[in-house]
Design a protein around this ligand. Sequence first.
Ligand code: C5P
Length: 229
Amino acid sequence: MNAHLLVPAAGLGKRLLRSEPKALVLLAGEPLLIHTLRRFAPLGLVHNAIVMVPLHHESTFRAAIDRAFPGAHVQVCPGGAERQQSVARGLDAIASDHGVVVIHDAARPFVDPETIREAIREAECHGAATVATPCADTILQATQDHFLEDTPDRSRLWACQTPQVFQMDLLREAHRLAAKEGRAYTDDATLVLRHGAKVRIVAGSPKNFKVTTPEDLRYAEFLIKEGSA
Ligand code: C5P
């Protein structure tokens, strides 16, 4: 499998109300990022992975990764102010022009390896794939001043997750165009879609949630403790 793993971990995680960067916050005694990387180990993707981290925190991340994965060749590179810039910097650090790029948020520690495999298979077949879950809630679209504007058909709505997987050349070209146009996206599947690519959706699980708030962190601790993570 010719796949390169990029892990955006440069967010400061202000909503978690902690002083350290979110990916270094301890979950059951280990940094969040390490839990996340472990999910990719069975696929051989930790070796040669690239982790984008907040500026000036490179050495702390380096030490945590080396402790958990001694001998694995993991690159640590500074991310940018927005997730899109962090991904672009990681892409620049990939030496190869071939294969697929697997992008997974450091803040999603419970992705299961079979979902990763399926996303890779779909991207190899269709060019791009994202994991997502069907929306359970009815989603309301509101005006700026909080009046209901529209209620999109729930049966076609999915909540975006990662991993997102792309053929290397397609992702590089879409990022180049997005930077040139000065357009910002919060995920890479939408970025490549806006530049003409087809993106296959792979059904994920609610367990692949993004640790964002202190409640999420407590829930993540609970899942590990009861052995269902
Ligand atoms: O901010 P958000 O929760 O969408 O972040 C999703 C992922 O992107 C997190 O793992 C975070 O560390 C990463 N990120 C990044 N660079 C930024 C902002 C977020 O790598 N500037």
